[in-house]
Design a protein around this ligand. Structure first.
Ligand SMILES: *[C@@H]1O[C@H](CO)[C@@H](O)[C@H](O)[C@H]1NC(C)=O
Ligand SMILES: *[C@@H]1O[C@H](CO)[C@@H](O)[C@H](O)[C@H]1NC(C)=O
Ligand SMILES: *[C@@H]1O[C@H](CO)[C@@H](O)[C@H](O)[C@H]1NC(C)=O
Ligand SMILES: *[C@@H]1O[C@H](CO)[C@@H](O)[C@H](O)[C@H]1NC(C)=O
Length: 230
């Protein structure tokens, strides 16, 4: 809801907008400022940033005082997306886990203050592995994902699932299942994650080695073959 009328002398109008935003690590994220009414005159644009690890900084442009720019964000990956006098978007490139936090664009205009806050969450796709079935037991791992991946099995076995939290904010989910029922031959591990779901299948019998006798028979035939070919 926007108010388009002119402000009185004491302008205390504030229009607030809140957005949750999940972006994948490594990409370029561009955050937009709120829309202001076409009749408003923009005076100040400021991005106020509060990172999860308590660091806070701001980037601003004041049009009244001869385009005064201020920036005390030391992270070089956070900057204006382009020329702020034309476009006040903020860019984070490349996004890393440390960029999680709140980003507020404040726009001071002749019609009041407009604010938009992004609650930024950073996603890391896990690396998924499935061990070959040995002794009718298989292990599926979703390594270093953020948030933690969930693991499901088809068909269900006797499973134990655990999560391991790494210092860098990622989580490894590990699930080991045993299939006592001899009827089950192929099992599928389903990994559910906001960056995309994955599934991997394996054969419970594992790698079938030829019996030793068959192996010896092949050697004998080969020697015989050499003998007769002379
Ligand atoms: C930037 O300035 C704000 C207010 O002036 C201050 O609270 C904040 O700690 C500063 N951040 C850095 C990284 O210097
Ligand atoms: C195979 O699995 C069974 C049942 O879980 C267990 O008793 C046995 O020790 C396992 N054998 C090997 C070689 O891991
Ligand atoms: C986090 O730490 C784990 C284990 O040390 C590592 O495998 C993974 O690549 C790291 N991920 C990030 C995003 O730093
Ligand atoms: C094995 O599977 C078949 C069909 O898929 C089913 O009819 C049978 O009852 C199963 N046997 C056991 C022991 O589960």
């Amino acid at each position: 809801m926007l108010f388009y009328g002119k402000c009185e002398i004491l302008c205390l109008m504030i229009f607030i907008d809140n957005t949750w935003l999940a972006v994948q690590m490594g990409i370029k994220a561009v955050l937009c400022c709120p829309h202001i009414p076409p009749t408003s005159v923009l005076i100040l644009t400021a991005w106020k940033i509060h990172l999860r690890d308590k660091l806070s900084c701001s980037i601003s442009l004041n049009r009244e005082t001869y385009q005064t720019r201020k920036n005390n964000c030391t992270d070089g990956r956070i900057s204006w997306a382009s020329r702020p006098d034309q476009n006040p978007e903020l860019q984070i490139h490349p996004v890393s886990i440390s960029h999680e936090g709140d980003y507020t664009c404040e726009m001071g205009t002749t019609d009041g203050n407009f604010e938009r806050t992004y609650h930024l969450q950073v996603l890391v796709p896990p690396e998924v592995t499935l061990s070959p079935g040995k002794n009718r037991t298989v292990e599926c791992k979703a390594i270093a994902g953020r948030p933690a991946a969930q693991i499901f099995w088809a068909p269900e076995g006797d499973c134990v699932t655990e999560k391991e939290y790494q210092d860098n904010g990622t989580v490894t989910t590990r699930s080991r299942c045993h299939y006592p029922d001899g009827n089950v031959s192929t099992v599928t591990c389903l990994v559910s994650h906001p960056t995309g779901n994955r599934n991997l299948s394996t054969d419970l019998s594992g790698i079938v080695m030829p019996p030793a006798s068959l192996f010896l028979l092949r050697i004998s035939l080969a020697i015989l073959g050499l003998y007769f070919s002379k």
